[in-house]
Ligand binder design. Structure first.
Ligand SMILES: Cc1cc2nc3c(=O)[nH]c(=O)nc-3n(C[C@H](O)[C@H](O)[C@H](O)COP(=O)(O)OP(=O)(O)OC[C@H]3O[C@@H](n4cnc5c(N)ncnc54)[C@H](O)[C@@H]3O)c2cc1C
Length: 425
């Protein structure tokens, strides 16, 4: 049964950022208590990278982080760099490998990452309370006072934690079944912090048209452009995947936060898919003419064969009001131009996204203008620190969100330990 506890650092949330913060604080000599309301630590890490845990990347160009102030994330990564992160994992016993710039554990076992973090937390001497709810949390003379109710084999148990510093590492609001249910936002607000509107990022897009349904399961390397109120706002290249309700795949996930934001603001959102990004319009149009003239007895569907997936060819014929089985010699030149346009500029109106519950990341969150990126300390409330996805920072696909969690967690942990050590001396 836990008694009331006095500690240097109290961390709420045992996900990627909270565990990192705890390890760095405890290894600097601070006493650390981590409070996690779920039954397990690091639950979300197990889902990452399709179970392979894409934990970082080799390139960090501008644009990979989004939010009200995308430069904030880059400043955080300057304080604890991706190289520092790899050193930390290598030293902890996780070797890494790089696949197209994405960093994974070398055995591609994502569960190793959470297992090793939990082992290192244990070795650091930090205390971890699972199934622990927070009933009250406020500033006190000595720092912060939290009332916790936790549950273990001996039953339910209520106790108070008196801490010199507090790190909020509660995650965002996406995938709440992993524990990140948005409840951390209210704690931050109670210390005067502002919450920017939250919405899904890294999610599927839902189309107004029902015809993409006929492409369900089709994958295609494409160039995808997002149009908001008629203006092109961003372009990504990669493998798209059609779903029952619309479209997904890495380039779509990367664009989704802009679509999601525009939809929440009432904007008109359209997607243009270029299925033949390596051929310009003229080259494609000429190729269709050549096929028509060289193989007049082939079908209209054959005109597009090898350029787009068979199911896509059938759909494009339908959209151009041509029967795929018609002889291609009967396809008029105007229709060839229309087919070219469909291949190069396959338009879909986007009317929704998959819900926050299914999004890989939360866009929006606690406003970063009130947080110091060099140590993650609150500018409004000294001794309070933030780490991870609960801040208004979202990264694109490729290991950027976990990298932000590791960097912000390490900086917050080290800085909180430094403050408490000064207090102790
Ligand atoms: C399916 C999926 C795949 C992903 N794949 C990748 C990937 O390959 N690469 C990548 O970089 N990112 C990926 N992400 C995103 C990445 O997992 C998150 O950005 C990262 O885990 C955020 O870490 P965090 O510590 O901020 O939050 P979380 O990992 O969400 O941890 C927050 C913790 O706080 C706890 N908590 C919340 N509120 C309270 C409370 N009130 N009291 C006590 N405890 C609380 C939660 O239970 C949770 O354990 C993926 C996400 C999903 C859902």
């Amino acid at each position: 049964m836990a008694k009331n506890v006095n500690t240097d650092v109290l961390i709420i949330g045992a996900g990627a950022s909270g565990l990192t913060a705890a390890i760095f604080a405890a290894e600097k000599g601070a006493s650390v208590v981590v409070v996690e309301h779920g039954p397990k630590a690091a639950k979300k890490i197990l889902l990452t990278g399709n179970g392979r845990c894409n934990l970082s990347n080799t390139t960090f160009e501008r644009g990979v982080y989004r939010g009200a102030d995308p430069a904030f994330a880059h400043r955080v990564l300057e304080g604890f760099t991706p190289d520092d992160t790899l050193d930390f994992f290598h030293e902890s016993g996780i070797l890494t490998t790089v696949e197209q710039g994405r960093v994974y554990p070398s055995t591609f076992e994502g569960n190793l990452v959470s297992e090793v973090l939990i082992k290192r937390l244990d070795e650091s001497g930090a205390g971890l309370f699972l199934n622990a709810g927070i009933y009250d949390l406020h500033k006190s003379d000595a720092g912060f006072l939290a009332t916790i109710e936790s549950e273990d084999e001996s039953g339910k148990n209520k106790f108070k934690v008196n801490s010199k510093t507090l790190i909020l590492a509660c995650g965002g609001a996406s995938y709440p079944k992993t524990g990140s249910d948005g409840s951390g936002y209210n704690m931050a607000k109670s210390f005067g912090h502002r919450l920017n509107p939250v919405f899904p990022a890294l999610c599927h897009l839902v189309s107004k048209e029902d015809y993409p349904q006929s492409l369900h399961g089709v994958r295609a390397i494409s160039r995808v452009s997002l149009f908001i109120d008629g203006s092109k706002s961003a372009t990504e290249v990669g493998e798209v995947q059609f779903t029952k309700k619309g479209i997904s795949g890495v380039p779509v996930l990367s664009l989704s936060r802009f679509a999601s934001k525009a939809l929440s603001e009432g904007g008109k959102v359209e997607l243009s898919v270029d299925f033949a990004a390596d051929m310009d319009e003229k080259k494609l149009r000429d190729e269709l003419s050549r096929r028509k003239n060289s193989f007049p007895s082939r079908s209209a569907g054959d005109l597009l064969s090898g350029i787009v997936h068979r199911k896509t060819a059938v759909l494009i014929c339908r959209l151009c009001r041509v029967k795929p089985s018609d002889r291609c010699s009967s396809v008029k030149d105007g229709i060839l131009s229309k087919m070219t346009d469909c291949v190069k500029n396959f338009r879909m109106e986007i009317i929704g996204t998959s819900p926050l519950e299914e999004a890989q990341c939360t866009a929006g969150g606690i406003d970063v203008s009130d947080v110091n990126p060099s140590d993650m300390q609150s500018i409004l409330c000294p001794g309070l620190f933030f780490a991870g996805e609960m801040l208004d920072v979202d990264g694109t696909c490729g290991g950027y969100n976990l990298q932000f969690a590791w960097s912000s967690g390490a900086l917050a942990g080290m800085a909180a330990a430094n403050i408490s050590r000064k207090d102790n001396s």
